[in-house]
Design a protein around this ligand. Structure first.
Ligand code: ATP
Ligand code: MG
Length: 564
């Protein structure tokens, strides 16, 4: 079971649970659930809820169910269900045999509705949707009772059954709870609990043409599953009295305690399924699993380890007040995890040819390079070295400014795990004047990385052997939005998309050990960043790497500069 922190977390929700355990409110049981609506992919906000619910179950020896809250045929699909199952499992959690569907409770929910009608607590209302809205009133105006409110029980039972058999048109009738049109809480003003919808459901097909409303189905599904703690986000605080009303009115055996916490808001992205769907449908990204998306699928493809996501969720904790978490914290957690996990390799993103004039033409040496300099246990590998290398274009400057310490004419640098080389001349493209090849000499005495005469160099640069390196495509992913809160100004959040969120480098060169790298495996390209082998587009013949995260946080620096 996934747990990242050694000391058990503590927060207001756990305080409540511990109080319930002390007072024996649920006979010592802790039963939680994660209840997504299968109408989109899970995002990092959902991951917070997943970690919370499964984490609580693990901590208190309880259970956590996975339940699809699939009460609305429009927008729900098997694709979403499968993605949710896959994502929760990948995050490291196990619901054992407790995968449930609200749609499996339709019959029971129907019986509950009938029970309410029989007790005079629900009625079939034949106002139109607009009329219902008008009658409901506002925060300042009390609601008005529907003229159908006092329909006799027998008539309600008859009409509700005929709603079920498909006799009526969509929108002609609804079933409403009979609560209080004068309640200061608008949610309590005779809410709709069933509506006619002549749309097939991805699981129940055409069996039903009436569907329970979320508020009705959600709390009763929790009760049916004998959930003790129904943990949800703050926007459901106003619905709690309604949930309690349903559970009391139906005298159910198990009455879960709802507890609300603040949803995760993350800077430089959006966590709203509606808006994420828009990004997908309008083609701003390549699907839900695009590595720039804040979805679990996107983060997985980008190379975020599940441990890093769990650790992030543990660090942000849960609270009762809304706040905005800095994306830099999530990236920090990813870096911290990959720093331990990722094997070091050398890859050159923008190659510049280097010829070592005094190195024998046919000679190839093999350097033994540690896979993780801080962790010898991770072993080493052989990296070939020869006369012609590639280095990073940005590691050479013909006319270096003062603080540039890397390669330049007349300057000596160290090659990572190898010799000192000194630039003696350059070859330029006659048309553009750009340097296309750098000629160097090497000092055979510096194989250890140090000069026997004690002379020092100011920089160490990475390299690959030109003839031994393998070509690769590298996709440099960056933040999807260029502002902290893309939804702050009006509705058009797409105008804040970062035009540089993806840069594709088609002619990178990586060391030969990467030829056999497994899809999804993670590496640190020394001095460059963390990368993973793209799980879908990479193959033995054409390697594709995704940049997971840069080595350092460049965004905080940029935004600090802007503040100045
Ligand atoms: P959205 O508003 O993005 O459409 P939702 O709340 O409608 O999301 P659900 O599928 O109903 O999506 O969410 C399943 C669970 O995840 C719910 O318990 C919900 O409270 C929780 N959840 C959703 N978004 C967040 C978030 N940003 N932070 C924490 N928990 C969240
Ligand atoms: Mg929801």
């Amino acid at each position: 079971m996934a747990q990242t922190n050694s000391s058990p977390p503590s927060d207001f929700i756990r305080d409540i649970i511990e109080e319930h355990l002390r007072t024996n409110k649920y006979q010592g049981r802790v039963a939680a659930r994660f209840p997504p609506e299968p109408n989109g992919y899970l995002h990092i906000g959902h991951a917070k809820s997943v970690c919370l619910n499964f984490g609580i179950a693990a901590q208190y020896g309880g259970t956590c169910n996975l339940r699809m809250d699939d009460t609305d045929p429009s927008g729900e699909s098997l694709e979403y269900v499968e993605s949710i199952i896959n994502d929760v499992r990948w995050l490291g959690f196990d619901w054992e045999d407790r995968l449930y569907y609200a749609s499996d409770y339709y019959e029971q929910l129907y019986r509950y509705a009938v029970q309410l009608i029989k007790e005079g607590k629900a009625y079939v209302c034949s106002l139109s949707a607009d009329e219902i809205r008008d009658y409901r009133g506002t925060l300042s105006d009390l609601g008005k009772e529907s003229p159908y409110r006092n329909r006799p029980v027998e008539e309600n039972l008859d009409m509700f059954e005929r709603m079920r058999t498909g006799e009526f048109e969509e929108g002609s009738h609804v079933l409403r709870a009979k609560i209080d049109m004068a309640s200061p809480n608008i949610t309590m003003r005779d809410p709709v609990i069933y509506r006619i919808k002549k749309e097939p459901h991805y699981r129940t097909g055409n069996k039903w043409c009436i569907y329970p409303m979320y508020d009705f189905a959600h709390c009763l599904s929790d009760s049916i599953e004998r959930i003790t703690h129904s943990i949800c986000t703050l926007e459901f605080e106003n619905n709690r009295p309604l949930y309690d009303w349903f559970l009391d009115a139906l005298k159910v055996e198990c009455h879960p305690q709802q507890i609300e916490f603040a949803r995760l808001n993350l800077s430089y992205t959006i966590l709203s399924k509606r808006r994420l769907i828009e990004l997908v449908e309008k083609g701003y990204v390549i699907g839900w699993g695009d590595p720039r998306m804040p979805t679990v699928a996107g983060m997985r493809r980008r190379g975020y380890p599940p441990e890093a996501i769990r650790n992030f969720c543990a660090r942000i904790g849960v609270a009762k007040n809304e706040n905005l978490i800095d994306m830099a914290l999530l990236e920090h957690c990813v870096r911290e995890d990959l720093n331990e996990r990722a094997l070091r390799v050398m890859g050159v993103l923008r190659p510049l040819r280097v010829v070592i004039d005094n190195y024998p033409e046919e000679l190839v040496e093999e350097f033994e390079c540690p896979n993780h300099p801080q962790n010898p246990g991770k072993g080493s590998r052989k990296v070939p070295f020869s006369r012609t290398l590639y280095i990073e274009q940005e590691d050479f400057l013909e006319n270096p400014p003062k603080k540039f310490y890397r390669l330049a004419p007349g300057r000596e640098v160290r090659l990572r795990y190898g010799y000192f080389i000194k630039c003696v001349s350059v070859v330029k493209d006659p048309k553009t004047g750009h340097v296309v090849e750098v000629h160097c000499t090497y000092d055979p005495e510096t194989r250890s990385g140090f000069a026997p005469d004690g002379r020092k160099v100011d920089a160490t640069i990475h390299w690959v052997s030109a003839n031994h390196s393998i070509p690769a495509e590298v996709r440099l992913y960056d933040r999807l939005f260029q502002v902290i809160d893309p939804t702050s100004e009006g509705n058009d959040f797409t105008k804040h998309l970062n035009p540089k969120s993806l840069e594709i480098l088609a002619s990178c060169c990586v060391e030969p050990s990467l030829a056999s790298a497994a899809p999804g495996s993670q590496f640190q390209f020394e001095r460059v960043g963390y990368f993973c082998v793209d799980p879908f587009d990479s193959s033995d013949k054409a390697l594709v790497f995704n940049r997971t995260v840069t080595l350092r946080d460049t965004w905080t620096k940029i935004s600090e500069k802007e503040k100045r």
